[in-house]
Design a binder for this molecule. Structure first.
Ligand code: CAP
Ligand code: MG
Length: 404
């Protein structure tokens, strides 16, 4: 039976009883305020939120928002309700939006991923194995020609995906309209030499109105994939991009830590993952269990599930594991998360003792090892590039990053 409400689950830290705190949130985010007002005698129940389930042990409470409260297709307005004033209420010390459950009648107005996991596998021609991606490093400062040179080495070494870093857009030192043709030229060469179709995700992050324009420009210059920093560009930026382009979209989450990291206050990555899938992200960064960023399996696995489970008929979004990864991380990451992930390494490829190409080879060798059910150490005996990577960075999560 189709429900006609959106349910938001909050973890609440307040001196008030949980039920009262939840009632205040429900009032504040729908038809109430701090005191009673008598500006109408009409029944506004059709847009009045109520308290749902309370879990004293988990300190969570859900608020039921009637669907009429929401303008169809307007994600900023959705967030102004479920993630609005409530965060600033003095009487509620800390509150975290843990999840938002939306009915089909709300979600169906959004496009979802155009390619999804199967679509990306079809583009790359990969059987069920983790994809390997790299980020051109240094993240900024390279010229278009230098960027293409790094991309060429990584592609020859076997990566499926090369992306701009999250802070590279259209700066004077590397204009997008020069960078794209230079990189696509070398990827065409890789296609001719190896038959492998390597994606290059061009970062078109900007304001929503500019994102669409940049998508067009990038396509005209031959781009085969686009990228957007969804939190700095805005969710509407992603939706504009999805509507504007027929290219696959890689979604980065730069700035997420400012709102997702505190387990007691802010917005969970679950909510952001749901929105990115709903709005059309084909690939999305949801953290790495073995990397440099703050993430545990308990946090990451539910995000993989939200991106890939059956949900309102939308294609699944490819989870991206990234941040401090190197070939020695592949086995642990896959053991926890399975084959439907993108293993992305910047320093873990370009910092390889024998350079980028062999760093990419080492990542692919690590993927090959886990695909064959063999250990990395065993596989490294017959694969020099992997052996060198394990010798330099070891197996699994490093004790300390930035130590070299
Ligand atoms: C990784 C990265 C990514 C992070 C983002 C970086 O580079 O390019 O932006 O993965 O974190 O700039 O740090 P390295 P997350 O591989 O060299 O670390 O994926 O958690 O959003
Ligand atoms: Mg980066």
């Amino acid at each position: 039976m189709e429900v006609d409400w959106i349910e938001a689950i909050y973890r609440i830290d307040s001196d008030m009883p949980l039920e009262k705190a939840a009632r205040i949130i429900a009032m504040e985010e729908s038809t109430g305020t701090w005191t009673e007002v008598r500006t109408t005698d009409r029944d506004l129940g059709f847009v009045t939120a109520t308290v749902g389930d309370i879990d004293e042990r988990a300190r969570t409470a859900s608020v039921i928002y009637p669907l009429d409260l929401f303008e169809p297709g307007n994600v900023p307005q959705l967030l102004s309700v479920v993630a609005g004033n409530l965060f600033g209420l003095e009487q509620i010390r800390k509150v975290r939006l843990e999840d938002v459950i939306m009915p089909h009648s709300y979600v169906r107005r959004f496009p979802g991923p155009r390619y999804g996991i199967e679509g990306m596998r079809h583009l790359v021609g990969s059987e069920r194995r983790p994809h390997v991606g790299t980020i051109v490093k240094p993240k900024v400062g390279l010229t278009p020609a230098e960027t293409a040179k790094v991309a060429f080495s990584a592609a020859l070494g076997g990566v499926d995906l090369i992306k701009d870093d999250e802070t590279l857009t259209d700066q004077a030192f590397c204009p997008m309209t020069e960078r794209i043709p230079e990189v696509m030229e070398v990827l065409d060469k890789v296609w001719e030499e190896t038959g492998r179709n390597v994606s290059y995700a061009v970062n078109v992050t900007a304001g929503p109105e500019e994102v669409a324009e940049r998508a067009d420009i990038a396509s005209k210059w031959g781009a085969n994939m686009l990228m957007i920093d969804v939190l700095t560009s805005g969710f509407t930026g992603l939706l504009e991009l999805r509507r504007e382009t027929s290219l696959p979209i890689h979604v980065h989450r730069a700035m997420h830590g400012a709102i997702t990291r505190d387990p007691d206050h802010g917005i969970s990555m679950k909510v952001i993952s749901r929105l990115v899938r709903m709005l059309g992200g084909d690939q999305f960064h949801v953290g790495a269990i073995t990397g440099k960023m703050d993430a545990t399996a308990e946090e990451v696995l539910p995000l993989d599930r939200i991106l890939t489970e059956k949900w309102h008929g939308l294609r699944p979004t490819f989870p991206v594991a990234s941040g401090g990864l190197h070939p020695g991380c592949v086995a642990d990451e896959v053991r926890h998360r399975g084959m439907d992930i993108i293993m992305q390494a910047g320093g873990g490829i370009h910092g390889h003792p024998a350079g980028t190409r062999r760093g990419a080879m080492a990542m692919r060798q690590a993927v090959e090892a886990v695909t064959q059910g063999r250990t990395l150490e065993e596989f490294a005996v017959e694969h020099e590039e992997l052996r060198q990577a394990l010798e330099k960075w070891g197996v699994g999560k490093k004790e300390e990053y930035y130590a070299e």
